[in-house]
Design a protein around this ligand. Structure first.
Ligand SMILES: Nc1ncnc2c1ncn2[C@@H]1O[C@H](COP(=O)(O)OP(=O)(O)OP(=O)(O)O)[C@@H](O)[C@H]1O
Length: 312
């Protein structure tokens, strides 16, 4: 596998005829082997970006490279190596999962009919649907249908998988199944680019994340880097807000915030026991004292100014 990032966009922009700029100068770089979470609230431009990645709609300006080749120019060479699930595929409800897979594969000009059945078997195995292969899709749960959609994307050997909100509408069990599957595919060496409006999803499955808000890319980095930036804050619960704030400022605590019954700030490298001792010496009544690490949600809300749906 080459070192070129499997997805690169430069200044990617989509302005719809209505004049709305749904995607605004987005520069993405998705590392090889990552599970890349494309996170943003509804309407932030994720689907429009994904459609441009896959050549389903043309950008107004900017460029896309998939697997090192320009899109849409090289799409005939590139797309067979890219599995995608953008809108859940429309299955025939009265056909089995396996028959549906074979039908999709038959519509793919690059696929080999001689190996179709074997490949369908492997794809079903991979998404954990072997036992349900002969069942009518009508009898599948939503999670099973979603996994069958991923099986469609896996009918050929892929280097990149692009999934648009793969757990949308699933119950907790279906959500777990799909997230587990994404982890397994990544462990097999496939780079996975997946959009979501769920922070929990990014926390649970992604190695990297990019945050979209109102068409703009606010941030992209590895999860390790994002987490390391979440510096713990000192939180003191006290009725003596003024005295506490003054004492802490005097000792070098920065970015102090006073709330109803708490004062909190960034203690930097200051030893925490010294801070406690100084508050006691200043006769500050302490009802609570400790370090609190902000959650990833706090960090993203601070970035976007918007809340995220943190449901599991
Ligand atoms: N074909 C279109 N014509 C005009 N506006 C569009 C079109 N498609 C999307 N939009 C607008 O562009 C913005 C971004 O939409 P997009 O679907 O890319 O967001 P999203 O982040 O994928 O959200 P969702 O999760 O709800 O799909 C939205 O305001 C949407 O109304």
């Amino acid at each position: 596998m080459s070192d070129t990032a499997p997805v690169i966009t430069r200044g990617l922009t989509k302005r719809f005829r209505s004049g709305q700029v749904a995607v605004d100068s987005v520069d993405l770089e998705v590392p090889t082997g990552s599970v890349f979470g494309f996170l943003g609230p509804n309407g932030s431009g994720k689907t429009t970006t994904i459609r441009m990645l896959l050549g389903l709609i043309a950008p107004t300006s900017g460029s896309v490279e998939l697997l090192g080749q320009p899109m849409p120019k090289a799409q005939l060479a590139v797309l067979p190596r890219v599995g995608a699930m953008v809108e859940g595929p429309a299955f025939y409800p009265f056909w089995s999962g396996q028959a549906n897979l074979m039908r999709f594969d038959a519509a793919d000009r690059t696929s080999d009919p001689r190996t179709r059945k074997a490949r369908a078997g492997e794809a079903l195995e991979r998404v954990g649907l072997s036992a349900a292969a002969g069942k009518k899709v009508r009898a599948y749960s939503l999670g099973m249908k979603q996994r069958l959609g991923i099986a469609v994307a896996l009918m050929q050997r892929r280097d990149l998988l692009v999934l648009d909100e793969p757990t949308n509408g699933l119950d907790p069990q279906g959500t777990r199944e799909v997230r587990g599957l994404i982890r397994e595919l990544a462990a097999d060496g496939i780079t996975v680019f997946t959009s979501t409006h769920l922070l929990a999803e990014v926390e649970q499955v992604c190695t990297h994340a990019a945050v979209m808000s109102r068409g703009k890319l606010l941030r992209q980095s590895s999860m390790v880097e994002l987490r390391s930036e979440l510096r713990p804050r000192l939180v003191v619960r006290t009725p003596d807000l003024g005295a506490a704030a003054e004492t802490l400022t005097g000792l070098g605590v920065t970015d102090l915030r006073r709330q109803e019954e708490t004062v909190d700030g960034d203690p930097g490298e200051l030893p925490i026991d010294k801070l406690a001792a100084a508050l006691v010496a200043a006769d500050v009544r302490i009802h609570g004292f400790g370090l609190e690490r902000p959650s990833l949600e706090d960090a993203f809300v601070a970035l976007t100014g918007e809340g995220f749906d943190v449901a599991e």
